[in-house]
Design a protein around this ligand. Structure first.
Ligand SMILES: *[C@@H]1O[C@H](CO)[C@@H](O)[C@H](O)[C@H]1NC(C)=O
Length: 314
């Protein structure tokens, strides 16, 4: 309740200007990415970051856990409460799309025949015939998407939720770590709230263990996606390269941010990986009523291990 009240005061700007400790800490940490009024300040001062800070504090007050455990719990709660349902929705979508494929191929065959008959009667050139085919095929495909309510664009919904949440929580943790927040004691709590080799959560992890683990987990997630039995489209192939690159680029970035953020990234990726594995389980899929597809396997984990082994070690 106290945290809520302070947050409310903050939001209402009853505290005139940024709190002095915040300004001093932010300046001394040299983290003013874009100066006053820059895009970073705009993001860092936005309401969702304030909500993220309030949420983290509320969880801390509720559970009384040390900060490292609080961060792990927060990411587990967010990923399970918010992104797992979306991932289930995405799995529904992919299953529907896969099941639509044979029907689409049949319709394409029929259409190709019709176009060739029509083209002969009308005296179309080859190019004109191809154009007619493409135009009609596009129409048929979009009608099928509407009929089965599975436009592939919806597959990106997960990303549009997951990425902003990840950014807001990261910025909230950064504010906590540098003390640029309405809750002045949090920085001290964080500096003693770590465990193992990262006892001070406000400092970067100099051992690079957290950053490299984050990178490896992210790479594993990308590779698991790339190992699907269905052939990847060209777009998906480029996306795979892009996300591989991102996973590697994230390693040095994770080594320069406070360990609180690196720990959040690590637990978030870990939850992502576990959800990915969970979504392959036949009983979980049945529970969520995800339509069965040809590529469904009764032994998904053994298959995954053997394709993984075949691709990277043979
Ligand atoms: C986070 O820190 C920035 C300074 O870098 C500050 O402008 C912003 O208001 C802070 N956000 C919150 C929600 O306290």
């Amino acid at each position: 309740v106290v945290a809520r009240f302070v947050m409310w005061r903050c939001a209402r700007r009853l505290l005139p200007g940024p709190p002095p400790w915040g300004r001093a800490a932010a300046a001394s940490a040299g983290v003013r990415a874009a100066g006053d009024g820059g895009w970073y300040e705009g993001l860092a001062g936005s309401a969702p970051v304030l909500w993220a800070e309030g949420g983290l504090l509320a969880l801390h007050g509720l559970t009384g856990l040390p900060w490292w455990a609080n961060i792990v719990c927060a990411s587990a709660a967010l990923r399970t409460g918010l992104t797992l349902p979306l991932a289930v929705h995405q799995a529904h979508l992919f299953a529907k799309l896969e099941n639509l494929k044979p029907e689409m191929e049949n319709l394409a065959k029929v259409l190709r025949y019709e176009v060739s008959v029509c083209g002969k009667q009308m005296g179309w050139s080859e190019k004109a015939a191809r154009l007619h085919f493409k135009k009609n095929m596009r129409r048929i495909v979009s009608e099928l998407y509407v009929r089965d309510n599975c436009h592939p664009f919806k597959a990106t919904l997960l990303m549009w939720v997951q990425i902003p949440v990840w950014i807001f929580v990261s910025v909230a943790l950064r504010n906590f770590s540098v003390g640029a927040t309405c809750f002045p004691t949090i920085q001290d709590q964080l500096s003693t709230g770590g465990i193992l080799w990262f006892t001070d959560l406000t400092m970067p992890d100099t051992t690079w263990i957290l950053p490299i683990s984050v990178g490896l987990l992210n790479l594993l997630i990308v590779e698991m996606f790339a190992l699907r039995k269905i052939e990847l489209s060209r777009f998906q192939k480029y996306a795979t390269y892009f996300f591989r690159g991102m996973a590697v680029v994230m390693i040095p970035i994770a080594a320069t941010v406070p360990s609180a953020i690196a720990l959040y990234w690590l637990s978030s990726s870990f939850m992502g990986l576990s959800h990915n594995l969970l979504l392959r389980s036949p009983s979980f899929r049945r529970l969520c009523r995800i339509p069965r597809t040809k590529s469904d396997s009764d032994t998904p984990y053994r298959d995954l291990a053997s394709t993984f082994y075949a691709k990277y070690f043979l």
